[in-house]
Design a protein around this ligand. Structure first.
Ligand code: FAD
Length: 382
């Protein structure tokens, strides 16, 4: 049996590990010349750790991570608006949540994949499927026939575009800059914070080894490309009214190491399984980063597929069942994340005042319920 995993990102590597655990041979094809280990920090919610525990690598991931006990949204005067996450409200059935450097997670994943053949510098540009299999066409002119394909080729997935032509990227209305400051000691290493201003916000997430991950989202409703050219000095100017730690963190990252993303998600689709091809991770359900859940969902996908294949050896049936289970889950997270982004990027002062008032009135039990729904993942099948 020949299985191809397309994409050596977090989703592709995690699902390859899942297949290895089931002794299912697979090959990963990655378009980049080397497995990409760059990027900044990553929040790994309790749901991702739960999924990693199913795959047997939770301990290794946790070892390279920093435990986050509290995540609070604050205004620019440093006053709390709402608690996004608090470890103490979650019961024992939940794993803890963590933050990790992306390169550390990539190392843990690729280090656990000694049995996988990973072919880099090989991009799929097209495919054809028939009853017997899927033919992949690569950018170097070669092609190959596979029995099954797991498409984890990210937000611009070649597979999703062809299989679900109506799906499209939805620009979220803001750009996001990210950096990791070295040798930086935050006041409380177990607390993450996001400061919400008017049309811009700034997040601070402590990582292990005195590193701090930050992200800065600034509204750009008209998608003006000139904002792409923003320099570090412009960022400092934009955030000058935020708490002092914000400027220190921006200062601490060399300009060349600050990353920029134009934030989009994908219009939710109703099916991830197309007989011998299944979509996974961002290829299936890219979300805005407002809840820090995109990679977590990809990891959940891999653990779910693992459990389905383990208890039902039939791959086609498992793909179908995977889609049935994952579509509603991902739709919920994508929509919650988009709504959070809309609240976070408000500009109208009256609207902001009402939002903040509403936040103060929301009973803890309501936020707790939402947190539980987002972080509560079990790969156990009902
Ligand atoms: C600003 C920002 C902050 C974020 N923060 C968080 C966070 O804190 N927590 C969280 O859980 N998520 C976060 N995310 C989301 C997370 O980065 C993604 O959801 C996650 O990386 C998806 O993994 P993936 O493997 O599905 O896709 P990708 O990481 O995009 O990997 C796809 C891989 O496929 C390769 N590829 C693409 N096309 C082809 C092709 N045709 N042939 C072969 N290979 C191909 C690519 O090179 C890439 O390596 C954030 C995203 C952004 C933009």
């Amino acid at each position: 049996m020949r299985i191809a995993v397309i994409g050596g990102g977090i989703g592709g590597l995690t699902v390859s590990l899942a297949l290895n655990k089931l002794n299912i041979e697979n090959v990963v094809y990655e378009s980049a010349p080397v497995l990409r280990a760059d990027g900044a920090g990553l929040a790994l919610g309790s749901n991702a750790i739960s999924a990693f525990s199913v795959l047997g690598i939770a301990d290794k991931v946790v070892q390279g991570s920093n435990r986050i006990k509290e995540f609070t949204i604050r205004n620019t005067d440093d006053k709390p608006l709402i608690s996004r996450y608090s470890e103490c409200i979650l019961s024992d059935e939940f794993f803890h949540s963590y933050a990790i450097h992306r390169s550390t997670l990539h190392s843990v994943l690729s280090g656990s994949l000694s049995d996988t053949k990973i072919v880099t510098g090989k991009a799929v540009i097209d495919f054809k499927k028939n009853l017997k299999g899927v033919t992949l066409f690569f950018s170097d002119g070669s092609s190959g026939m596979f029995d099954y394909v797991i498409a984890a080729d990210g937000i611009n997935s070649v597979f999703r575009r062809k299989l679900v032509p109506a799906s499209h990227l939805r620009y979220a209305g803001y750009y996001c800059w990210r950096g990791v400051a070295d040798d930086f000691q935050p006041e409380d290493i177990s607390s993450a914070v996001e400061y919400w201003g008017t049309g811009l916000r700034f997040g601070i997430v402590p990582l292990p080894a005195k590193q701090v991950y930050w992200f800065a989202c600034i509204n750009n409703h008209n998608d003006d490309p000139s904002l792409m050219k923003i320099q570090k000095d412009d960022l400092l100017e934009s955030y000058k009214n935020f708490p002092a730690s914000v400027s220190s963190l921006i200062e601490a990252v060399p300009a060349g190491k600050i990353l920029l993303n134009r934030i989009s998600d994908v219009t939710p689709i109703d099916n991830y399984a197309f007989r011998r091809i299944v979509l996974l991770g961002d290829a299936a359900h890219a979300t805005t980063p407002n809840l820090g859940q995109g990679a977590c969902l990809a990891i959940e996908d891999a653990a779910t597929l693992y459990t389905l294949l383990k208890y039902n050896g039939d791959i086609l049936e498992s793909f179908e069942e995977f889609s049935r289970i994952r579509v509603p889950r991902a739709k919920y997270v994508v929509s919650q994340s988009r709504q959070t982004g809309a609240l976070a990027s408000m500009e109208n002062p009256v609207g902001i005042m009402l939002r903040d008032l509403l936040f103060r009135m929301i009973p803890e039990s309501v936020t707790e319920k939402q947190t539980r729904k987002i972080l509560g993942f079990s790969a156990e099948l009902n």
